[in-house]
Design a protein around this ligand. Structure first.
Ligand code: GDP
Ligand code: MG
Length: 163
């Protein structure tokens, strides 16, 4: 069975930017099936010779944080059902929000491997503000700039190691 990595998080944190970066030079597989896969994009990627499928979630990406709790729950549940590993993305620009805390609460109920990623850490000056995410009660997070690609290597090293 192939390894499936889902990217989960509220709108505008940078999920699709990371998804597109992971799919660079690879052909995206856009699932046109109606129904539960409607809001999701699938693609193939690889790291250090290990192949995996990436899911970009977020049919609720409407550019605001005004999401129905039910819609978040649905997206998170779909990701948890389908994926072997979950990238939970937040961002340092907007900081830790109530929606982030709600999503993390839902994710923790699953037995899937969860990688907590703080995106938009474009330079070292954003490392210190990122420490506010320890408020989630976590031991470790990955800081990333999906825009430049910095940090993605460390994250992928760990993800493929855990497959
Ligand atoms: P999504 O809604 O979570 O899929 O977020 P998108 O990938 O669409 O990105 C939302 C916005 O954040 C876009 O304007 C991106 O260009 C921007 N963005 C994404 N990643 C980064 C990053 O690492 N740094 C900065 N500064 N902006 C980013
Ligand atoms: Mg998106």
């Amino acid at each position: 069975m192939s390894n499936i990595v889902a990217i989960v998080g509220r709108p505008n944190v940078g999920k699709s930017t990371l998804f597109n970066r992971l799919l660079e030079r690879r052909e995206a597989i856009v699932d046109s099936t109606a129904g539960v896969t409607r809001d999701r994009h699938y693609g193939k990627s690889d790291w250090n010779g290990v192949d995996f499928t990436v899911i970009d979630t977020g049919g609720y990406d409407v550019g605001t944080d005004d999401i129905f709790e039910e819609e978040i729950r649905k997206q998170v549940q779909l990701a948890v059902d389908e994926a072997t590993s979950i990238i939970f993305m937040m961002n340092v620009e907007e900081g830790l929000t109530d929606t982030d805390q709600e999503i993390y609460r839902l994710l923790r109920r699953s037995n899937k491997l969860i990688y907590i990623v703080i995106n938009k850490v474009d330079s070292s000056k954003e490392e210190l503000p990122a420490t506010e995410f320890y408020q989630l009660g976590i031991d470790k997070y990955y800081t990333l700039s999906s825009a430049t690609g910095s940090g993605t290597g460390d994250l992928l090293d760990d993800i493929v190691k855990d497959f």
